[in-house]
Design a binder for this molecule. Structure first.
Ligand code: 5AD
Ligand code: SF4
Length: 457
């Protein structure tokens, strides 16, 4: 407490500012909002740009390929700046730092980095800043056990979009994935805490919330209260006043009919589902430890479409998993053709040290992996485009979220199903629901025009 006070006094006196550079998924983006909340609580204000900040914090990811090289390059670039400005503080945190060997390598490579900490040590940020500023000490904090979660409110982007964590960690141990190692075991927040947070956001003018977790469908496991994800979703839909609710990520093995029924019963739960399939081959799915077959997945999709016609479906797919034959790869392509996802995030398998797949035989040659990903991206690109084309002429309710970056005088927002739409409009529309007629489809975006008259949600 005393340390926080001295820090806040120092920050106020010196007008301290911070910049957070975020890599990776939406969980990480939300962690950055939580870090920003902690920094605000000790008097740090956001900087206008990285070059002006007194503290630069990199919130890292280790799921994506080449992440380590990219991070080391970007941190390295600050060496010169640190020489010119002795007071500049540099910190590196997040998933990649939760791997002790990588954190140590970063500490050795860049002695000028003041603070290094893993995902489990976020709450100690004020102490680490105190040590850096007042004692001139470096901190490297990577522990296996999570600190008590910090209750400081997250500092969010302006409305209308928000994200709320409902659970953390993952117990699934898919054989390619590092997440269970860096994010630890599954733990759920109490439903009361979540409901309170979402209610507060709705009151503060947020129209949409994304409920986040590595595996939202196993929400509730280990809690004293008797609740599952479908139960939580229903309560969020009924008791918070939130206009739009989305969630991710769902594991196909845990996506229940109960959840689909709750979605069908509530208008304010968006008709959008992200269901990572990873592969279309049952043999590869078994090696991946996904615990469903191609047939199970297709059956789930059939039930989704039956319960919720018009649902927007997206997925994650990995090509080049160890031992993946041409036939397995063709199975993935045929599943993609059969399901016709609206969007797919496609990945080339890459080795994550410490995972089971890293030690598997039959690692695929890089060139071959490239060939496979190009084929998949081409196929999905065509399907996404066709799915976009099918929207032309439809009327959609768009929640305006920002000015369009590409087209001056345009704003952008998403449909209920999560498709991005650009249309001519003023920034004053941000935060409003607008009826829009879709007039044109491009590969990744829809274009439309406002239908004047009603603007109700
Ligand atoms: N190689 C390639 N893709 C991976 N993903 C996770 N781990 C790996 C890996 N080692 C992908 C999965 C997951 C998404 C977030 O990242 O498709 O769903
Ligand atoms: Fe990784 Fe599998 Fe857990 Fe998703 S479900 S975070 S892919 S281990």
């Amino acid at each position: 407490m005393e340390k926080r006070k001295s820090l806040a006094a120092y920050a106020a006196e010196n007008g301290c500012t911070y910049w957070i550079e975020t890599y990776g998924c939406q969980m990480n983006a939300h962690d950055s909002e939580r870090l920003a909340g902690i920094l605000a609580s000790v008097g740090f204000a956001p900087a206008e740009e990285m070059g002006q900040a007194d503290l630069i914090l990199f919130n890292t990811c280790c799921v994506r390929d080449n992440a380590e090289k990219k991070l080391f390059g970007n941190v390295g670039k600050l060496k010169q700046k640190k020489r010119q400005n002795k007071k500049l503080l540099v910190g590196v945190c997040g998933c990649m730092m939760q791997q002790a060997d990588v954190a140590e390598k970063l500490a050795d490579t860049f002695p000028f980095v003041n603070i290094i900490f893993g995902t489990h040590n976020m709450a100690a940020l004020p102490e680490m800043l105190y040590a850096a500023i007042f004692l001139g000490e470096r901190t490297l904090a990577v522990s296996d056990q999570e600190d008590l979660p910090d209750e400081t409110p997250a500092l969010r982007a302006k409305p209308p979009l928000s994200a709320v964590n409902i659970m953390q960690g993952c117990d699934n141990f898919c054989s390619y994935c590092i997440v269970p190692y860096v994010r630890g075991r599954e733990r759920s927040r109490s439903s009361e805490e979540i409901l309170r947070e979402v209610r507060g956001l709705a009151k503060a003018g947020y129209q949409e919330v994304m409920l986040l977790g590595q595996n939202v469908n196993s929400y509730g496991k280990g809690l004293a209260e008797n609740i599952d994800f479908a139960g939580l979703l229903e309560r969020v839909a009924e008791e918070t006043g939130m206009k739009r609710i989305r969630f991710m990520t769902s594991h196909p093995k845990d996506a229940s009919q109960r959840m689909l029924d709750v979605m069908a019963r509530h208008e304010n739960i968006c008709r959008q589902l992200h269901l990572p399939v990873q592969s279309g081959s049952s043999r590869i799915l078994r090696l991946m430890n996904r615990r469903y077959t191609r047939e199970d997945y297709l059956e789930l999709i059939r039930r989704v479409r039956e319960t919720l016609p018009g649902m927007t479906l997206s997925t994650d797919i990995i090509v080049g998993f160890p031992g993946e034959t041409e036939e397995d790869y063709q199975d993935t392509l045929s599943l993609v053709r059969e399901v016709r996802f609206d969007a797919a995030y496609t990945f080339v398998y890459s080795i994550r040290r410490g995972t089971r797949a890293a030690a598997m035989e039959g690692q695929i040659d890089e060139k071959e992996k490239q060939r496979r990903i190009v084929g998949l991206v081409d196929l999905q690109g065509q399907i996404t485009y066709e799915s976009n084309l099918a929207h032309v002429g439809r009327r959609e309710l768009v929640l305006v979220e920002d000015e369009s970056r590409r087209d001056a005088g345009h704003v952008c927002g998403r449909t209920d199903g999560g498709k991005m739409v650009n249309f001519p409009g003023e920034p004053s529309l941000i935060g409003q629901f607008m009826p829009v007629e879709i007039t044109q489809a491009k590969k990744t975006t829809l274009y439309g025009r406002r239908i004047d008259g009603d603007t109700q949600a």
